[in-house]
Design a protein around this ligand. Structure first.
Ligand code: FEO
Length: 397
């Protein structure tokens, strides 16, 4: 895309990645992702964050549109994950005089990841660097996303560079700023990024928001996705809501099914939710990638899981989803369970134990043998209605 000035003397010099299929080797990228790096130019120049290693030449070309890369005085490493730090070794070779600035916790990582130990300086929380006309201030925000993470704030132009925080999936399609797009078209990919990548660290996200809230911020410039200059408060509110496990008064039904018995019950469950006029989304865990399932579970307060018994336990796609939701520490869900079994149960019982361990509110659980009978369909519909009433805060008729 080339360099783009986001405030006087501050430039986006990142790249769009539409070639990587899986972020972190795990999460699909149907719309790509951007690695946002920023050049802050005063009398001295600082590059804030970087890109994945094999995009370094594109980063350098973008920087060269503003100034010769050899003129960079500081490489600010807010976060060591290689989607941002991968370009650091090459940059250090090109600009050996540049100082690498990072938290103390990042220094052993710089050495282990890239063999970099010379020309490195640890910055403390609250430290500043005067670039001449621009001043960078550093805030430690551990575990957003890794323990060494920090955010950088440019005081003259009031720009916050929070790295992974406030980022989202989706490459920048010719646009850069929130006020250039319809945000509602981006929110799903921002939430998928939040829930997949930083959701596990929701408490750290809330601590970071608290830590940074006194700052006067004109622009939030994260390291993935849109740059927020029209309404920076909007992305902070979204992140705070998701980190607090606040969700829509709606229901997600996620099921797995081998021969259609549990799938048919899922339809009856969804029917029950709809009967109470609560919005419902139904998804097949065997066919929808778990990345999207996690997002949908994060989005709605009600979660009804259906899985047949398989190898005396939970049907694997639903078990995998539950495991990841545990690891992402999703909280505050109102839950129903259902599933078929052949000759003895297992799935619903194991799901019940897992849900109770998670501290979710279990409304009811329905296990049934073989193909669902009319009575089973009635029980499934009643399950949907009961969860929907709890989610909506209404009383059952
Ligand atoms: Fe975008 Fe945790 O790296």
């Amino acid at each position: 895309m080339g360099a783009r000035e986001i405030r006087p003397g501050i430039y986006w010099v990142g790249v769009n990645d539409r070639a990587t299929d899986l972020f972190e080797g795990l999460w699909p990228l149907p719309h790509g992702v951007s690695y946002n790096a920023y050049l802050v130019v005063g009398k001295k120049a600082a590059l804030i964050d970087g890109v994945k290693a094999h995009f370094t030449e594109e980063l350098l070309a973008n920087i060269a549109e503003v100034l010769p890369p050899e003129r960079i005085d500081y490489l600010v490493v807010n976060h060591m994950e290689p989607d941002h730090s991968g370009s650091v070794p090459h940059l250090c070779r090109i600009v050996p005089r540049a100082k690498v600035l990072a938290t103390q916790a990042a220094l052993p990582m710089l050495e282990r990841f890239y063999g970099i130990s010379e020309g490195v300086r640890a910055v403390a929380d609250g430290d500043t660097i005067d670039l001449g006309g621009k001043v960078l201030k550093f805030f430690h925000v551990p575990f957003v996303h890794w323990p060494e993470t920090m955010a950088t704030y440019e005081e003259a132009q009031k720009v916050l560079f929070p790295c992974d925080a406030f980022g989202g999936f989706r490459a920048l399609g010719g646009v850069l700023f929130d006020d250039e797009v319809d945000i509602s078209e981006y929110e799903d990919e921002i939430l998928r990024y939040f829930s997949n990548i930083v959701g596990m660290q929701s408490k750290a996200v809330l601590r970071a928001i608290e830590r940074l809230k006194g700052l006067e911020v004109a622009v939030i410039a994260p390291s993935h996705g849109l740059v927020w200059r029209g309404d920076p408060g909007h992305i902070v509110k979204l992140y705070a809501r998701w980190a607090q496990m606040d969700a829509a008064p709606e229901v997600t039904v996620i099921f797995g099914s081998m021969y259609g018995f549990t799938a048919r019950m899922a339809e009856a469950v969804a029917r029950g939710v709809a009967e109470v006029s609560v919005p419902v989304r139904i998804l097949d865990a065997g066919r929808v990638h778990v990345s999207f399932l996690i997002r949908e579970a994060w989005k709605r307060r009600g979660l009804i899981l259906g899985a047949p018994t398989y190898d005396a336990g939970i049907f694997p796609p639903v078990e995998y989803l539950l495991r990841l939701l545990e690891r992402k520490r999703l909280g505050g869900r109102i839950v129903g369970l259902f599933g078929s079994y052949g000759w003895r149960g297992g799935s619903v019982e194991v799901m019940r134990e897992r849900v109770e361990a998670l501290g979710w509110e279990l409304v009811d659980a329905v296990a049934f043998p073989g193909a669902p009978t009319p009575r089973d369909f009635s029980r499934a519909q009643a399950l949907g209605e009961a969860v929907a009433h709890r989610v909506a805060g209404t009383a059952a008729a």
